[in-house]
Design a protein around this ligand. Structure first.
Ligand code: 6PG
Length: 249
């Protein structure tokens, strides 16, 4: 099921997304004793991560939550562009997630390929081999329709037998190599949450969610749906080219 929710502004986007994430994690912990949260980088989710990290340590689903990364930029973990750093400064700032439950993509391995192999091995020990594997994933979408570090036309889109791939060069800023989850694992997320804000995303949002649903099935962000649900949370600027009343598929 794909839903679209248009919120007032970026602050309401973060608030609404935080509520969704916490409820998905709580459901997972109640049902299975633990929760797996996958996080993206980029600017849009920063406020969400800050909010999630600001709660009382040891409360709610957090002690039983494991954190994994949807993708990582191949830069040192302290670099400004590091997705690990983004999350360390926000979601992890008050220690809500136990260090042993934080599974970051190592980037001091020499090559993005080595990092991808290492991350794949880690994920294979953490996650079930088949069936739903990740409880909630926070995703973004680029103006070109990429999600994670899966860029339109890239060979990584064709991978069927691996959960993690190296991207030797990103066509979008920051133009550094990346390490990314692939479709086979992204297809095993229970609840997918896309957070998209800003006018530069309006055309691509319309291509993905507009009346001609499925007209751009090749855009990477259009190819990810949750096993249980997919929610596109948009601010008014990102939703500006969606026709009123259009119903997403
Ligand atoms: C990354 C990402 C990427 C991101 C989109 C949207 O590390 O760059 O995980 O897929 O989610 O590019 O990014 P913004 O929120 O900055 O627009």
């Amino acid at each position: 099921m794909r839903r679209v929710r248009i919120v007032r502004d970026p602050s309401e986007l973060a608030e609404a997304a935080a509520a969704e994430v916490e409820s998905a994690l709580s459901e997972a912990v109640a049902a299975r004793g633990r929760a797996i949260l996958a996080v993206s980088g980029g600017a849009t989710p920063r406020e969400l991560y800050r909010r999630l990290g600001a709660g009382t340590p040891g409360s709610g689903p957090w002690p039983a939550t494991h954190l994994i990364w949807v993708d990582e930029r191949f830069v040192p973990s302290g670099a400004p562009d590091s997705n690990y750093r983004l999350v360390r400064e926000t979601l992890l700032a008050r220690g809500r997630i136990a260090p042993e439950n934080v599974h970051r993509v190592e980037t001091d391995t020499g090559t993005p390929e080595a990092s991808a192999r290492l991350y794949e091995a880690m994920l294979r020990s953490l996650l079930p081999p088949t069936g739903p594997a990740v409880d909630v994933a926070v995703l973004g979408a680029g103006p070109d329709g990429h999600t994670a570090s899966l860029f339109p036309g890239a060979p990584q889109l064709e991978i069927r037998d691996r959960w993690v791939a190296a991207v030797p060069q990103s066509p979008q800023p920051p133009k550094v190599p990346r390490v990314t989850l692939t479709f086979p694992l992204l297809a095993r997320v229970r609840r997918v949450l896309f957070l998209v804000s800003g006018a530069e995303k309006a055309p691509v949002v319309a291509r993905i969610l507009g009346p001609a649903v499925g007209s751009d099935p090749l855009l990477p962000a259009a190819r990810v749906d949750g096993v249980g649900s997919t929610e596109w949370m948009l601010d008014p600027a990102a939703a500006a080219q969606l026709e009123r009343g259009s119903s997403p598929g």
